[in-house]
Design a protein around this ligand. Structure first.
Ligand code: SAT
Ligand code: MN
Length: 596
């Protein structure tokens, strides 16, 4: 494998220091090449960590340890010198104490393993909005995933040069190999030893004990959201948990939409939507994270800092997301999916019949008589974004694309209508701040509980959430009349019998095109206490089987239910104390008044 030395003193010193602490067998500087990827993969196949899929060229299946299947929010820390700066929605430990604890864990933790140095760029290398990170890891699985999810290699080292700065991201699976000890297929540490730690005052990330997704691919949630949200606040831009898409109307007018939904609520599906309205086109720019800066023309421009999709596999099908399915044909990594007898992956919700027999994610025989699912509910695919058939030609444009529309949302079986529009920016920030969703399998914890997830950033905001609300208000002040319009959607409303009222997926284009018409001032809207909703006849429902009764229910604003919601919001807000901006309190009072 190729190796090279960096000219950057800070980097060389850091790698040296970590190598002394972690005692790896050897050090490998990643060059990001195909050759490197192939060598690591064949090594992992040989060692029993991965299975090469006969049915999908250059694609591999991994099975994690059953304890290591998702992000672990309860082991995730924002470590600031003063606790209040992390705020009430984050776990906090004092930096000295946390570093002491973790240093003991890191001591000798890479014995018998290779230390990989991964130079990566979040954002196109030539974009002024990009940031360079260096991840040190002892997991070749992480290296291969980082190859797909970020821009890795010598080009990054070159840009860094001798004096350039980077964000150090230290990761270990926390499973040293003693001499003669046989390795397991997914080494990791026990739950109590897992730490996903962020030190925003020094732009530093330390992760220990987990090899899964957001715990281990440190460019994603740790850098691009938790650390970047801190930098963005200091520098006056935004790092958000948002997909980015381009919608083009039949006349060729383009609209750019950025939408925030909690993990596993359909961001990837919406990002690659195939509109069911004739003449409209949708293209994908990103499916998870948006970095946005005010451009010289005063508009808010967004880039996708990533280069891949780390999407939830179960439920993904040609029916729900054909463009994702077509992105997965080759060069992909699958984690915790089931393996079919003919050497392909399978998951619940895939098109067609379930296989008669498969090997489940725990490596056991599986058939339809087994009550457990064959794939883990948070099974994932890692796919190169360039393989998406509807990837936008401008998805790597260094200056990004101008955002017209922000959408917030979540999973709500009741109360929240299909769509409503904010009266103004402050009201939109209030909608983001009060967003709530039923929890999913993307985090280890209970599933299906309603929790407040402001801006879908509850697990990802790297500082006090009250200050984050303030930052949103400040950004609105700076953007003025050029600020994107703000909407709130809920694709998940059910009737009293638990039946979904809205078909979702491609049909969501009907809601998006309504928003575009609103932006252009082509149509009006009905005022309700919670915001503006479509006038009867304005939502294009041509060819849709949803009947009038269901549509009425979908757009219904139940005043009593919303009054109950108000007291929940009030309770929720008390935790922010004097960090809750006065303008958000005013929005709450205004909502109360409209409801009375
Ligand atoms: O595991 S990740 O954090 O990368 C995915 C998610 O929760 O959205
Ligand atoms: Mn996400």
């Amino acid at each position: 494998m190729a190796n090279y030395a960096s000219r950057n003193d800070k980097l060389n010193k850091w790698v040296q220091e970590i190598a002394e602490l972690c005692s790896p067998e050897c050090i490998h500087w990643c060059d990001g090449s195909e050759e490197e990827y192939n060598q690591l993969m064949s090594h992992m196949v040989k060692n029993g960590n991965a299975i090469a899929l006969e049915k999908r060229p250059n694609s591999f299946l991994f099975r994690s340890d059953p304890s290591d299947v998702a992000r672990v929010e309860k082991r995730t820390y924002i470590s600031t010198s003063i606790e209040i700066e992390a705020g009430p929605t984050n776990n906090w430990i004092n930096p000295d104490e946390l570093k002491n604890t973790m240093r003991k864990l890191y001591k000798g933790c890479m014995r018998g393993r290779t230390l990989y140095v991964i130079p990566f760029s979040m954002g196109p290398i030539d974009s002024p909005m990009s940031k360079i990170g260096i991840e040190i890891t002892d997991s070749p699985y992480v290296v291969c995933n980082m190859h797909i999810m970020t821009r890795v290699g010598e080009k990054v080292i070159k840009k860094l040069g001798g004096k350039g700065d980077f964000i150090p991201c230290l990761h270990s699976i926390g499973a040293p190999l003693e001499k003669g000890q046989k390795d397991v297929s997914w080494p990791c540490a026990e739950m109590e030893k897992k730490y996903i730690s962020h030190f925003p005052e020094e732009n530093l990330i330390w992760s220990y004990g987990s090899g899964y997704g957001g715990n281990a691919l440190l460019g994603k949630k740790c850098l691009a959201l938790r650390i970047a949200s801190n930098i963005a606040r200091r520098e006056g831009w935004m790092a958000e948990h948002m997909l980015i898409l381009r919608l083009t109307n039949p006349k060729g007018r383009q609209y750019h939409i950025a939408a925030a939904f909690p993990s596993a609520c359909g961001k990837t599906n919406l990002a690659m939507l195939v509109p069911t309205i004739p003449g409209w086109k949708c293209e994908c720019i990103g499916d998870d994270i948006a970095w946005m800066k005010i451009a010289p023309d005063g508009r808010l421009n967004a880039i996708n800092p990533e280069t891949g999709f780390f999407g939830v596999a179960p439920g993904t099908s040609y029916d729900s997301n054909p463009m994702a399915m077509d992105s997965l044909k080759e060069n992909c990594i699958f984690t915790n999916c089931a393996l079919t007898d003919d050497g392909d992956v399978w998951w619940e919700g895939m098109d067609g019949d379930a296989p008669e027999h498969a090997i489940d994610w725990k490596n056991r025989d599986w058939d339809l008589t087994v009550s457990d699912t064959a794939a883990h509910p948070n099974a994932r695919f890692t796919a190169p974004a360039r393989q998406c058939p509807v990837i936008c030609e401008d998805w790597e444009k260094p200056e990004g694309v101008p955002i017209d529309i922000f959408i917030f949302g979540g999973r709500r079986a009741s109360v929240v209508p299909l769509v409503h529009e904010a009266y103004n920016w402050d009201h939109g920030v209030f909608l983001g701040a009060t967003a709530a969703s039923e929890t999913t399998a993307a985090n280890i914890g209970s599933v299906g509980m309603l929790r407040r997830d402001p801006f879908a950033m509850k697990p990802f905001c790297g500082y006090n959430m009250g200050d984050y609300f303030k930052h949103w208000l400040n950004m609105g002040d700076k953007l003025g009349t050029k600020a994107p319009r703000i909407f709130y959607v809920n694709w998940f409303r059910k009737d009293a019998n638990g039946r979904w009222l809205w078909p979702g997926y491609g049909e969501n284009s009907r809601v998006l095109t309504w928003m575009c018409q609103r932006v252009d001032g082509e149509i009006g809207a009905d005022e309700t206490p919670i915001g503006l909703i479509p006038k009867s006849g304005d939502l294009n429902l041509d060819g849709l089987s949803t009947d009038e009764e269901d549509m009425k229910e979908l757009l219904n604003v139940d005043t009593n239910a919303w009054k109950a919601e108000i007291s929940e919001i009030e309770k929720y807000f008390t935790q922010f104390g004097d960090r809750l901006p006065g303008r958000i309190k005013q929005q709450l009072e205004a909502l109360k008044k409209r409801l009375s």
